[in-house]
Each structure stands twice: as structure tokens, then as C-alpha cells.
Design a protein around this ligand. Sequence first.
Ligand code: SAM
Ligand code: SF4
Length: 312
Amino acid sequence: MRDRYARNITYLRLSVTDLCSLRCRYCMPAGGVPKRDRGDVCSLEELVEITQATVDCGVRKVRLTGGEPLVRRGILDICRGISAISEVEELCLTTNGAALSQLAKPLREAGVDRLNVSLDTLRPDRYAYMTRAGRLEEAFRGLEAAAEAGFTGTKLNVVLMKGFNEDEIPDFVSLARRYPIEVRFIELMPIGEGGTAQFLPAQAVLDACPDLRPAEGSGVARRYRPPDGPGLVGLIEPMSHRFCKSCDRIRVTADGKLKPCLHSNQEIPLRGLHGEALRRAIREGAAAKPERHHMNETGRSEAGRNMHQIGG
Ligand code: SAM
Ligand code: SF4
């Protein structure tokens, strides 16, 4: 499935809920979000049908996201349903890790191949502040449970924020020196609750750790290797190095809207469509992917939704 700019779309990010167990300051409003009626979000059957249709159009990698995917009722059935689609080569899930200590093993058994765990600080007091509700030790326990359950290639997502975690860059990089994990530093985007005041360019990582050596890139990440360890350091730079040229993804929100681009307000409703009509809507949506985002010019995403309503 190609778009107008000859990009091959092979990656679906599927949001299964916009609810979350945490309320990260850059993502969620302080008061949280009102619970939707159950019928407002796609059912298990709809999620599997939509995923199958994107697969019919060429998608091969699926990532479950949210909100927090692990708070979605029936998440294991959703994982089983999607991993049973034989053409799905990789089923991944992005989580805040809070529920992983209980769910890592069942997720593995339900067919999830790989996890990304979001962790913006290694200090308990900062974690409690940034997430407004979370306990760092739960995220750590979740990471341990993931390793025990047999997950490999787990990535840590760290959103870089000036005045919050820039002094922790060497500590995060140390994790890649000690463990075979990829630590991914993500530039803060002006979307939803995220602003520009705390923006820190990913270059700060290379400045703080000049011994990092370039490694082969992966997807939208520039990657580096510490000379003294088994892990990797990834830089995700939506602001500094627009990677739109190599974007291979589409998104579907929990309420069943196809978003060709994270930062465009274009949305194509998929609910109620079946068979060829569903596939046509997906192909037309993917074809309509904008060439690039305009956050650098406008200082703001045009997404029209908060991050927890899209999934990152
Ligand atoms: N709840 C899960 C989690 O936190 O991993 C999945 C959903 S969350 C919206 C997906 C990713 O988006 C997380 O890594 C989060 O840190 C990131 N994110 C949220 N708001 C962001 C922003 N304004 N700029 C950059 N990344 C953001
Ligand atoms: Fe929840 Fe993830 Fe948003 Fe934090 S970043 S509030 S964990 S959805």
C-alpha cells in the first residue's frame, strides 16, 4: 500500500483505549478523561476486523497502544485475535509498565512479540510528579517480569524534557551499557498537553555521552551503540530531524478513526465498514497521508486530539 509520496505503508498503530492508569503531565489533562460508553470504542471483533483489513492492504507490523493498552478490558483476547492473523509478522505493545508485573507472562502467551515501556525518569519522586499517580517500583517490577516472561528486545521510551530529566541522560545511557536493551530518547512534541517550553533536542544525548558510536538505524530512529555494553541508544527526533520521508505507519484510534498522520486532523471513520468497503477506506486514507508535519513552522501539532487519544 503506497501513498502519494511512494512511501510503503506496512505498520499499524492501533489504539485500544484512551483511558490510562497514569496521567503524565505532557499527555493527559490533570483531571483525567471521562470514561466513554462501552459502545464508543471498537469491540474486540471490530479491532480484529480492522487489523485484518489493514493486513490485506499490506500492513505487516502492528503495535497496540492507548491510553494505556493494559487497562483495556479483554486486552489478552485482543492480542490473541491479532496474533492469530498469520500475515502479522510482529505484534508489539507500548505500555507504561504499571500492570506488566501481572500481565507480562499472559501477554507473551497471547502472542505479543515485543514491548516498549515508557519511563521518563529513574527517580521515584520525579516519576510520581510526572505521572501524577505512578510508582516507579511498579514500572521496574514490570520490566523484570517482562524479562522473566521471555521478552527480548524490550525498548525503553524516554521523553526528553528540559529541567526535568536532562541530568539523567547518562544514567539512562548506562542502562544500555549494562543490559541488552534499547533506550529510546524521544523529543517532546507540542501536541495535547505537551508544550515547547520544556523541549530538549535529542542532540543533548550525544553531547552528554560523546563516546556513543553510530549504529545501523531502525525505522524512524537514529541509533548509537555504547562502546562498553550490549545495548543501544535510539534517538527519535520528530522535531529536529523530521523523519516524515521514511514514515511507514498509519494509526487507528480506539473509536475507529483512521489517522493517516499523527499530526494531521484528517480522520477516516472505519466503524460500520466491512469487506471491500473497509479496505477501500483504508487504502484511500493511507494514500491521503500528508507529505510531512508542520510543527516546526506552527509550533503546534494539528492532530486535533491529545496523545492519549491517538497512541503516539
Ligand atoms: N500509555 C502507554 C505509554 O505511555 O507507553 C502508551 C500510550 S503513550 C501516548 C505512547 C508514547 O507517547 C509514550 O512513550 C509517551 O511518553 C509518548 N508521548 C505522549 N505525549 C507525548 C508528547 N507530547 N511528545 C512526545 N511523546 C509523547
Ligand atoms: Fe498514560 Fe502513556 Fe499518556 Fe502517560 S504517556 S498518561 S502512561 S497514555
